[in-house]
Design a protein. Structure first.
Lengths: 123, 275
């Protein structure tokens, strides 16, 4: 069974690009526009990995991260921030809150692949 | 480009640097050297070649060689090499070495990503903490990439190609929109200019030589000669690491591949001894 990836970003374009790249890696993808909808998806089924934007309406990436890590089974998904926020304070904050990896936008297929390898999602 | 110009340039590159340019790569020569011709105020490559036929400025030749070198690299680029380092080389070194001394050479270090990756790897393996005396030497023929390497300053895109976020936080400092390797890690790596056609003796002996994606650019005879000379710079129980798809079995007698480990080579006489 293929691994599942939940893509959370308020930009339709970013979701589309990320989805294309990650589907090419053989993942089954769902994409949603904010943290709240992402929470709803995780309540239905935990994905293997979440690609998570930081700044989004309704529920931010950081709120989502804290919420999901507090859920039963919420420690299982690998969470990869993927955001324009590229300073060390944001990175440190994200990692301390339980993120597994961090991508600073703009990203490329090569960058996502290298991050996925490091967190054990790809060989 | 006309055949005579191509011949002169490919001959010059082979003699000055060992680089091999086959006729099917003539377009490549043209696209990389046209900017050099412009810089030196020649009308075109033909005019530059005319100058090269006479008394050529050695700086012009350096510029031509630099323009033709491939500087493509990234952090932890060759995953297989680091896996082999961890599973085969390190256990050997840790067991057999009384003196905690390790010398590593990154051939064609380009902008420095590979030697810095080696330093991060060895630090993560705890060798520095255990008091090992480690020298990592990165060499390249191209002076400008070496300056970049020494500075250790990389774009966000460059660091994200291969540096895990935990390593980025630990070994780099943000400088405006770039990331710089911390002084401590930079002090673990030395860079020096080296033309692989010149004698290697001054480099001393190494325990591990990283030589991935280098030989592929060299003329066959030069490759064979270089491997023989590298054989003299490697410790008796040292290792040579090549890229994962590279083989030198038909090029040299000096090194032999260690069975089951593609891309990992040791001195031939030693492989025979241990079998």
């Amino acid at each position: 069974m293929s691994k599942t990836c939940l893509i959370v970003d308020d930009s339709h374009v970013v979701r589309k690009i990320a989805r294309k790249i990650i589907e090419d890696f053989g993942f089954e993808c769902i994409d949603v526009e904010d943290g709240q909808v992402a929470m709803d998806e995780c309540t239905k089924a935990m994905p293997d990995v979440v690609i998570l934007d930081w700044n989004m309406p309704v529920m931010s990436g950081m709120e989502f991260l804290k919420n999901i890590r507090a859920m039963v089974g919420g420690d299982a998904p690998k969470i990869v921030f993927c955001t324009i926020e590229n300073d060390i304070d944001h990175i440190t904050h994200a990692m301390e809150a339980g993120a597994n990896e961090y991508i600073m936008k703009p990203f490329s297929a090569e960058i996502i692949e290298s991050k996925f390898r490091y967190i054990g999602l790809m060989n | 480009m006309n055949a005579a110009d191509f011949e002169l340039l490919s001959d010059l590159l082979r003699k000055k640097s060992g680089l091999m340019v086959t006729p099917d790569k003539a377009y490549y020569l043209e696209s990389r050297l046209t900017p050099i011709a412009k810089q030196w105020n020649f009308n075109d490559i033909t005019a530059m070649v005319l100058k090269l036929r006479g008394m050529a400025d050695s700086k012009l030749i350096d510029d031509i060689v630099d323009a033709m070198t491939t500087n493509e690299t990234s952090f932890f680029r060759d995953r297989q090499a680091f896996e082999q380092f961890e599973t085969t080389i390190l256990p050997h070194v840790l067991n057999k070495r009384g003196a905690k001394k390790l010398r590593i050479w990154c051939v064609a270090a380009s902008t420095g990503q590979e030697p810095y990756s080696v330093a991060m790897f060895l630090n993560e393996q705890g060798l520095y903490d255990k008091g090992w005396n480690i020298e990592i030497v990165g060499t390249d023929i191209n002076q400008s990439v070496l300056e970049h390497a020494r500075e250790g300053l990389y774009t966000q895109f460059e660091v994200q190609r291969g540096v895990p976020i935990q390593y980025l936080m630990k070994y780099f400092t943000q400088k405006n929109d770039k990331w710089q390797v911390n002084d401590d890690l930079r002090s673990k790596v030395q860079f020096q200019k080296l033309n692989l056609l010149n004698p290697l003796n001054a480099l001393g002996q190494f325990d591990v030589i990283f030589c991935g994606n280098v030989l592929v650019y060299l003329d066959r005879h030069i490759k064979a000669d270089l491997l023989d000379r590298m054989g003299k710079q490697i410790a008796n129980d040292g290792f040579l690491l090549l890229g994962k798809d590279e083989t030198i079995d038909d090029v040299t007698q000096s090194f032999k591949d260690l069975s089951q480990d593609r891309g990992l080579y040791a001195l031939t006489h030693r492989v025979h001894l241990s079998k």
